[in-house]
Design a protein around this ligand. Structure first.
Ligand code: UGA
Length: 432
């Protein structure tokens, strides 16, 4: 099939490349000429394991093309995926849909035969209705249909998540489009993905409800971890015990720092704004946001306690600063609030991240980046394992840290408390 992905950010690029790999002809469009030039040379704008190889392979075999010409790419394709960003609005926490509507206007000028237009970006309920209105101002409804097909990819696992999704959700009442899209996704359905056809509005809401529910699950286990710390119980036993109940499920029950990234913080706020419009109070999600906002403060308090409230001039090392492992994404990472707060108290921060130096910290005095793990930890009083990269899972702390009284605070629980006890390391985890 001939596909066009508008927007070569996370969603557009990963989905476009994966669709090409399944044998489709895909044009990835972006208005950013520089980005397109780089992509044509095989330079990938985001860090995602496996993506570069797949781009190179499919660009070489010509199933994947890059372009800045939206109109030409739309007219050459049968299915158009809108994959542009829907960032949070500055004034009211709702999703900013300017890019979506601009693209819809441009598409409306480029249609001359039937097109399936799909929103893959995360868009609030009724956005599909608006897109339909915009396009129908210029074109007959016989020439297009607007479908919602939310994506559920995780950064760092995006290619695997694309190939082996739990479900494919297609929001349309149009039988022909449903048939065509089922066919497009048939290689994934045959590998076990469930195919769900709903109304367009339901598909739009499934995405927000899913992300909000996952954020709730994490926040729930984080609060239970707070309780575990007080009564000497290991949170992992609780996560396993709860997760064995199939109604609950074991995934996304890992306690840790505040959740972050480009999706959960944004989408939990946006769904509340949508519900407010319809005078519905999503009180559970509201308290999830509040609890998560509070989580970094809580971890900071714990750090101050670990240091006996003597933070001034303490050398603190952060291992990993992104919002999670296997990504270079800093958006809403808890390190962004924790590091400046520690500096304010007079700490000296040193960090190492497998994805390199971060511009977010370059203006901060007393924050330095180390090129490798051992240099980063060498002179530390306190080491904080902030993300769960494999690189951090077998560090020889005893050998490499000079200060023999150093403290290890493992906010991802990647080490075993018993092993650390054996090694006589002052070790603290989350909910243990
Ligand atoms: C999330 C969803 O998982 C995807 O399904 C969705 O497609 C995506 O948002 C999106 O809307 O685009 P992502 O933000 O890439 O994906 O990352 P997650 O792996 O979901 O992690 C989000 C946050 O939750 C991270 O801060 C992570 O450390 C935290 N987390 C996750 C936990 O603290 N505990 C867990 O058990 C799982």
């Amino acid at each position: 099939m001939k596909l066009c992905m508008i927007g070569t950010g996370y969603v557009g690029l990963v989905s476009g490349v994966c669709f090409a790999d399944l044998g489709n002809e895909v044009i990835c469009v972006d208005k950013d000429l520089n980005k397109i030039k780089k992509l044509k040379k095989g330079i990938i704008p985001i860090y995602e394991p496996g993506l570069e190889e797949l781009v190179l392979k499919n660009y070489k075999n010509k199933r994947l093309k890059f372009s800045t010409n939206l109109s030409d790419s739309v007219s050459k394709s049968d299915i158009i995926f809108i994959c542009v960003g829907t960032p949070i609005k500055k004034n009211n926490n709702g999703a900013d849909l300017n890019q979506i509507y601009n693209v819809a206007k441009q598409i409306s000028g480029s249609i001359s035969k039937f097109k399936i237009i799909i929103t893959k970006s995360t868009v609030p309920v009724t956005t599909g209705d608006e897109i339909e209105k915009i396009i129908s101002k210029k074109k007959s409804k016989k020439l297009f249909t607007v479908v919602s097909n939310p994506e559920f990819l995780r950064e760092g696992e995006a290619i695997r998540d694309f190939i082996y999704p739990d479900r494919v959700v297609i929001g349309t009442k149009d039988k022909k489009s449903n048939r065509i899209l089922k066919n497009l996704y048939s290689p994934l359905i045959s590998k076990g993905a469930k195919y769900l056809n709903t109304s367009r509005r339901a598909a739009e809401l499934i995405k927000y409800a899913s992300n909000s529910f996952l954020a709730t699950k994490i926040t729930f286990i984080n609060e239970i971890a707070n309780l575990c710390e007080k009564i000497n119980i290991n949170i992992e036993d609780i996560s396993i015990g709860m997760g064995l109940d199939k109604r609950i499920g074991s995934r996304f029950l890992r306690a840790g720092p505040a959740y972050g990234g480009s999706c959960f913080p944004k989408d939990t706020k946006a769904i509340i704004t949508t519900a407010d419009k319809f005078k519905i109070n999503l009180s559970v999600i509201k308290s999830v946001i509040k609890s998560n906002d509070n989580r970094s403060l809580l971890l900071l308090k714990r750090i101050y306690e670990l240091l006996n409230n003597k933070v001034k001039n303490k050398k603190i090392c952060f291992l990993g600063v992104t919002f999670k492992a296997n990504t270079d994404d800093m958006r809403d990472s808890s390190s962004l609030s924790m590091i400046p707060a520690l500096i304010k108290k007079g700490a000296k921060i040193n960090y190492y991240d497998p994805t390199g130096h971060k511009k977010e910290f370059s203006m901060l005095k007393d924050v330095t980046f180390s090129e490798d793990i051992n240099t980063a930890i060498k002179f530390s009083d306190l080491i904080i394992i902030h993300t769960e990269w494999n690189d951090f899972k077998s560090i020889n702390f005893k050998k490499n840290v000079k200060n023999k009284k150093f403290i290890l605070f493992d906010v991802r629980n990647i080490y075993s408390s018993d092993k650390m006890k054996e090694l006589k390391i002052k070790y603290f985890g989350i909910g243990r």
